[in-house]
Design a binder for this molecule. Structure first.
Ligand SMILES: [Zn+2]
Ligand SMILES: [Zn+2]
Length: 81
């Protein structure tokens, strides 16, 4: 997945993302196939974003922050990454 999309967090746009965030949360669809195109890089609790301001005094973990919620700003790009 990282070989395809690099390490730019799809939730905040900064680099250094270390987790794969499922576009359809696993909690909502636990039987989904492992498909790298169904995931995007995101900062997680093990690799929080150092560029975003802390949330609640902790480094931002975009993946956990999103949880099972919808992606606020759907990613629409006109060019390949
Ligand atoms: Zn992030
Ligand atoms: Zn960030």
């Amino acid at each position: 997945m990282f070989a395809i999309f690099g390490d730019i967090c799809h939730l905040c746009g900064h680099d250094g993302a270390g987790e794969a965030d499922h576009l359809v949360p696993v909690a909502l669809d636990a039987d989904q196939p492992v498909d790298p195109y169904a995931m995007r890089p995101a900062h997680g609790s093990s690799s929080p974003c150092t560029a975003c301001p802390p949330r609640n005094g902790k480094p931002r973990a975009c993946n956990q922050e999103r949880g099972t919620g919808a992606i606020v700003a759907p990613l629409r790009t006109s060019q390949e990454w």
